[in-house]
Design a protein around this ligand. Structure first.
Ligand SMILES: [Zn+2]
Length: 756
């Protein structure tokens, strides 16, 4: 059965359709094209024509024209719209005209760079010209590095390698820096938060070195759809950009099905779970031979669903290989094999976290199933974009969980279909991040009195501070590096902590092997001792977690349950920056806090029924983070009138409401912030609700929330008052089981006081 036939069949199935809240059909769209622009080197035309390309899509032609005018360009179009042409054509044209020209390509991950390079190789080979394209990353053999530095016309790398492997060694890269004409950065929407703030500073360092060597490179940037691509690009590179967002690529007909699992307990607002529904829809696609990707929010759900689907096709021929799991933490070789399998049609179903959201080439699939809302509109569109061919019909299922945001989306499909996606925020001037890169920059080239650092504020203050600390040495108007160590090696661009944990399978005593890795913040949750760690649906038990050596030792097991750890969060105050009264006697404040995270116990959960089988204790050290926060302190005389149990339920209700409304009004992903409540807060001594930036140093969300402190409470109250439930449900203050029978009433009462 093909997608169209399946869609017809489902639409006649009343049992299925009664839970569909919207079936949207987006009609096929023809291509819009323009002739090859004059700025394209004539030698490229035959290569393109051989591939059946006789004209460019409008966005490709427009971006080439802007690049030819000397502008920095940002191209914003969906997956599979031929974005790579927007940079490959100008770069190849420039090198064909002047063989000394150089270009630097930055991709967020190695997998992406491998993909893009192979396309570039093919074009160069067909032209039969001498243009050398090299990848320079952690996998580049030492023997090949010299050739890359000296002869590479196009150097393909990632931000981490640029930061620690290229910039600090710029004296070996003179040819690149002297002749750098284009800097290409793809997938810029991934550079948000800490990673983006770091990259903006890496680019400040890069441009500082180009200036020193006398080159003035232009930027060509590409992004998936987000609300503020121009602002993001300009913040990243510190210069104005020309936006090209008129997508001319064709697209086949697409069906979007919004499915809300049926309510099984109306009073408590409990629905059938999203996982069993996803299991049956993905299973139906698999049985009908429709190649599909299933996205799940957590690594654990990915493993659980992979196992269910593998079981469905398990047979003596070993067909379970047609179903694969995919997530961060699988080794690169295994991931490449899965990607190839998808492209070649040997893999029928893949279950993935958002790791496959990025532009990694897996070909276009027929169907996509989203098990729960991925948290932002931008990533939902990216996931949906995995299904959809230029010709032919494709289908996307969105399966809502009972989480409030999922319920909001499934009941307001227009919000998803028509709302502009989120802003990507970053803050290059975050003091922690800025100071780190200032050190790196000073190591690379001495600062002179009066030197700036891109558009960073108050560089002289930072230079003064680093001199006082003995890291720089100020003589005759220059700041020289005087510390022993090499600063870039200590700074990780992607998180505050540098090291990943490696996962070692010790099932076979004669042959220990590394099967994966995991970041430092997640390891305590998933790799604590006695955790069931799942890898491609197979189960392992963690025997030992060596926290200092960053190693987890696991052994293959076969048990009927998985584990889920509890995370405890503690907050302490570092500094108050601002404090303002509101609603007569309540107070709001902005400041710095320390967040301590600790895993203390875990649950064992049975497959299929998802019932809790038992608990276990975890002994692990804490992890710390300093960040910015804002908080609302309730008026003491109001709090005093409410018994403490009821107050606790009401505050939990408000915290749950703020978790729904804050991401929408701050325009960020839910995981970018955290909202907690304290009935007697160590920070204020009063009942307090605290919102903080969920990354070290913060990216400016708490400041934004402080500015909207009254609006956020009003919106929270609106959600609670508009919700038809009586005592609370997962779509507003939280389920009754969590907030108690008085939770909703108390939350509304408190919010009324706070918004008077
Ligand atoms: Zn409700």
């Amino acid at each position: 059965m093909n997608v169209s036939q399946l869609a017809d069949q489902l639409r006649r199935d009343h049992m299925f359709m009664k839970d569909v809240t919207r079936w949207e059909v987006i009609p096929a769209r023809p291509a819009r094209t323009l002739p090859f622009p004059a700025s394209m080197d004539a030698r490229l035309a035959p290569v393109l024509e051989k591939r059946g390309i006789h004209a460019l899509y409008t966005h490709q032609a427009h971006s080439m024209e802007a690049t030819a005018r000397g502008e920095d360009v940002t191209v914003v179009t969906p997956t599979a719209s031929g974005k790579t042409m927007c940079y490959n054509l100008p770069v190849l044209s420039a090198i064909l005209k002047d063989p000394d020209s150089r270009a630097l390509y930055l991709f967020p991950t190695k997998a992406l760079s491998a993909d893009q390079v192979s396309e570039l190789y093919d074009m160069i080979e067909e032209m039969g010209v001498d243009i050398k394209t090299y990848t320079y990353d952690g996998d580049t053999p030492a023997a090949a590095r010299k050739a890359v530095r000296q002869a590479g016309h196009i150097v393909v790398t990632n931000p981490d390698m640029l930061h620690s492997g290229i910039l600090p060694h710029h004296t070996k890269w003179v040819k690149l820096f002297e002749n750098l004409k284009y800097i290409v950065i793809d997938e810029i929407h991934t550079y948000r938060g800490v990673f983006g703030s770091n990259l903006a500073n890496v680019l400040r360092r890069l441009l500082r070195l180009c200036e020193f060597y006398g080159s003035h490179p232009q930027f060509i940037l590409c992004s998936a759809t987000i609300a503020n691509p121009k602002e993001l690009a300009e913040t990243l590179i510190g210069r104005p950009v020309t936006l090209v967002d008129d997508n001319g690529a064709p697209m086949g007909e697409r069906h979007f099905v919004f499915y809300n699992p049926p309510v099984i307990n109306r009073q408590l607002g409990i629905r059938k779970g999203a996982i069993p529904v996803t299991r049956s829809i993905s299973g139906m696609l698999l049985k009908n031979g429709i190649q599909a990707i299933t996205f799940a929010r957590s690594r654990l759900t990915v493993e659980v669903l992979t196992r269910y689907l593998k079981d469905m096709v398990r047979d003596p021929l070993g067909n379970a290989g047609r179903v694969r799991g995919y997530r961060g933490g699988y080794l690169p070789g295994e991931r490449r094999e899965i990607e190839r399998g998808l492209r070649a049609g040997q893999v029928d179903a893949v279950v993935s976290t958002n790791a496959l959201e990025l532009g990694i080439d897996i070909g276009a699939l027929d169907a996509c199933v989203m098990c729960g809302y991925p948290g932002t509109i931008a990533s939902a569109w990216q996931q949906a974009g995995r299904a959809g061919r230029r010709q032919g019909t494709s289908i996307v299922f969105f399966i809502a969980s009972s989480a409030a945001i999922d319920q909001y989306i499934v009941n307001h499909p227009d919000y998803f279909l028509h709302q502009s996606p989120e802003n990507a925020l970053l803050n290059p001037d975050n003091l922690y991040i800025l100071l780190s890169h200032f050190k790196c920059a000073a190591f690379e080239l001495p600062f002179e009195d009066g030197d700036g650092f891109g558009n960073a504020p108050a560089p002289e203050e930072l230079l003064g501070y680093l001199s006082d600390e003995g890291i720089l040495h100020h003589v005759e108007g220059r700041y020289h590096w005087s510390a022993e160590d090499f600063p870039a090696s200590e700074i990780s661009l992607r998180s505050a902590a540098a090291e990943n944990f490696i996962i070692i399978d010790i099932t076979d005593p004669a042959h220990h092997r590394v099967i994966g890795e995991m970041d430092r913040f997640t390891a305590p949750m998933l790799l604590h001792e006695n955790a069931i760690y799942m890898h491609e649906g197979r189960q392992f038990q963690v025997e030992k977690l060596d926290f200092d050596a960053c190693k987890a030792f696991i052994r293959s097991v076969d048990v009927g349950y998985y584990t889920d750890a509890d995370l405890n969060i503690n907050l302490s105050l570092l500094d108050i920056e601002k404090e303002e009264p509101f609603a007569k006697t309540a107070k709001a404040a902005l400041g710095e806090i320390k967040v301590t995270a600790l895993v203390t116990m875990f649950k064992k959960i049975r497959f299929d029924t998802h019932e809790t089988l038992g608990f276990g204790h975890v002994r692990l050290p804490e992890t710390d983070m300093h960040t910015t926060a804002m908080w609302w302190t309730l008026p003491p005389e109001v709090a005093a009138k409410i018994p403490s149990d009821r107050l606790k339920n009401g505050m939990l209700g408000i915290a749950n409401l703020l978790r729904i409304v804050c991401p929408l009004y701050l325009m960020c992903a839910p995981q970018d912030i955290a909202v907690v409540y304290q009935v007697k807060s160590p920070i204020t001594d009063q009942p307090t609700i605290i919102l903080y930036d969920n990354c070290p140093g913060g990216i400016g969300l708490s400041q934004k929330a402080f500015g909207m402190r009254e609006l956020l409470l009003e919106k929270a109250m609106q959600v609670a008052e508009d919700c038809p439930c009586e005592y609370g449900c997962p779509s507003c203050v939280g389920p009754v089981g969590e907030v108690g029978e008085d939770g909703k009433r108390t939350a509304i009462r408190l919010l009324r006081e706070l918004t008077k």
